[in-house]
Design a protein around this ligand. Sequence first.
Ligand SMILES: *[C@@H]1O[C@H](CO)[C@@H](O)[C@H](O)[C@H]1NC(C)=O
Length: 134
Amino acid sequence: MFSINPLTILLLLPLSLASPINPNLEGRQSATTCGSVAYTVKDTTNCRNAAYSYYGQGGTAGGSTYPHTYNNYEGFSFSVSGTYLEFPLVKNGAYSGGAPGADRCIINTSGVYAGAITHTGASGNNFVGCSGTS
Ligand SMILES: *[C@@H]1O[C@H](CO)[C@@H](O)[C@H](O)[C@H]1NC(C)=O
């Protein structure tokens, strides 16, 4: 009789958990690196959630101007449509005001994560894509 070693199931479980139900949605909300700063999925999720929450309330974070409309003058090929919002991307939590740093997450006004961009390595006030955004 064919039997499955329980250890095999344990080893395969992470693979099945990682398998996305919707590959497109799963791929959008991802870890990214901006310049030399590595952000986890949790970091980008915190950014998305905070941005969308403020947007829904018609507010901004701690007296800042964020979130605000991002016009995509740089012409990034986001896989979701706009209108886009930009919000400071920070590590271990969500931006709550003050100096915004160099990095931003981009979501659309429906709350769908579009990507991440950074001033690091860009000229002037422009942005370049973080890893996964081009
Ligand atoms: C946000 O992106 C989703 C997924 O592409 C799309 O269905 C939705 O219409 C977009 N919202 C806006 C405001 O563009």
